[in-house]
Design a binder for this molecule. Structure first.
Ligand SMILES: [Zn+2]
Length: 446
């Protein structure tokens, strides 16, 4: 299949793209349009070869997954060769995907050469990017935050909270900040349902797209400001695992002579929490109140507190002597919280030869084992981690994946009733679990 991309409308801050796709490719797209808004940066003078970088960076991972060809009029030379390299890496990561069949046809490849003057940081407010910011303060970075990637565009309430935090933080640290709003045309849920089993159980966005797409979205800002980009990959460099958000992918991206570099590449997640713990008090004296926003769940809270990502972040903060309640996690009494977490993990573990074995994805097992090694036998709250082995099985096609596939293949008229039935089953299971697990209204969701 062929995907034809065109930027068809552009104003001072907004660019809209049309996507001409056919057949099965259309099945994985929400529509035929995508748009990007660059607040506080004027993009009307940015050349087409740069303005096309964001949409190609988003759609090329889709083309690699489906074995499609992308056709575009103009593209930057450095970015074009970056994608050639990335295609080789992704094909090694996922030999079961038709990556080698994918192709990028560009009618006019343009050499742009910009000399960098400083750097920007991709800042989401999570553990990784907060540690990167704190480690890079001497370089006076600009912060770039994208709305539409982990916070959907319709979730104005959560975005407003994050934007207010970033504006305050930037003012206190005397740094410039830039916001991007992005309408993602790709149906990530469908890609998860159809390709997760070919990607060792990884979700599609994290496994193939995020490390390529997210830095690409910043290209017009980097070009206009003449800045390199530093990102904060979720996995340290020494951990070789097929995942897009790693230095193996990110460090190979270049646009118009500007580099994308993964910062803190040798630090593990718990090392990054330590960086936050070291600098948090010093910043407080300067009037800067740090917050951590690591949760992807929808809701009115800064972090839900009960998803896997929240649970491991709260445990990490506690192990580094930080109070999660003061950093954006409203979990109240920590001893009660960790009692529930212990119950959750132990009831989901299998008992093998006297040991509790908790099976999860490779990346989650890595993070939890890090926390386990930091915990101590005499710790009153999290010593239970010492008795659990966190392990992974390579192929995990969950029941939920199968349900999602069924849902997608069902005629549209039946969607509502099936969705309601699934929601009811999940709610019943959740209620039973929360009754069995505790008297609390809260329960873990992982
Ligand atoms: Zn959460």
């Amino acid at each position: 299949m062929v995907l034809k991309i065109k930027s068809y409308r552009r104003s001072r801050h907004i660019v809209e793209f049309s996507i001409d796709a056919k057949g099965k490719t259309r099945f994985f797209l929400h529509g035929r349009k995508a748009f990007l808004t660059y607040a506080s940066v004027e993009i009307s003078e940015v050349p087409d070869s740069i303005i096309n970088v964001p949409i190609i960076g988003v759609l090329y991972p889709l083309a690699m997954t489906l074995g499609d060809e992308i056709v575009v009029d103009e593209l930057d030379l450095d970015f074009y060769f970056s994608l050639v390299k990335l295609k080789k890496i992704i094909s090694i990561f996922y030999p079961h995907l038709p990556v080698s069949k994918s192709n990028l046809t560009v009618f006019n490849i343009v050499k742009n050469n910009v000399k960098p003057n400083g750097f920007c940081i991709l800042f989401s407010g999570g553990v990784d990017s907060t540690a990167l910011l704190l480690n890079s303060l001497d370089g006076r970075p600009c912060l770039v935050t994208i709305w539409g990637v982990d916070i959907p565009l319709y979730d104005i309430y959560r975005w407003r909270k994050l934007a207010d935090y970033i504006i305050n933080l930037s003012k206190k640290l005397k740094l410039d900040y830039y916001f991007i709003a992005f309408y993602n045309p790709i149906d990530v849920t469908r890609l998860d349902a159809f390709f997760r089993h070919k990607m060792y159980g990884n979700d599609w966005w994290g496994g193939v797209a995020a490390g390529i797409a997210t830095p690409s979205l910043t290209a017009p800002i980097l070009f206009t400001l003449r800045k390199d980009l530093r990102t904060s990959p979720g996995l340290p460099k020494h951990l070789l695992y097929p995942w897009s958000d790693t230095s193996l992918i990110v460090d190979n991206i270049r646009v118009a002579g500007l580099s994308v570099v993964s910062g803190d590449e040798n630090l593990s997640r718990i090392d990054k929490v330590r960086v936050i713990a070291e600098k948090e008090k010093e910043l407080k004296i300067r009037g800067v109140d740090l917050m951590i926003r690591s949760c992807f769940k929808e809701g009115t809270l800064w972090n839900c507190g009960y998803c896997e990502k929240c649970a491991r972040t709260i445990t990490g903060l506690y192990l580094c002597n930080l109070d999660p309640n003061a950093l954006g996690f409203q979990v109240g009494d920590l001893s009660k919280y960790f009692r529930l977490l212990k119950l959750h993990i132990l009831t989901r573990s299998k008992k093998l030869e006297g040991k509790h074995v908790y099976t999860t994805s490779f990346i989650r097992a890595h993070y939890w084992n890090e926390l386990k090694h930091l915990s101590k036998r005499d710790d009153p709250l999290v010593n239970f981690l010492q008795y659990v082995d966190f392990e992974t099985s390579e192929y995990r096609i969950t029941c939920l994946d199968i349900l999602k596939r069924l849902l997608i293949l069902t005629p549209k008229g039946y969607h509502d009733s099936i969705t309601r039935a699934i929601a009811r089953i999940i709610r019943l299971i959740s209620i039973q679990h929360s009754r069995a697990g505790s008297q609390s209204n809260y329960y873990f969701r992982f």
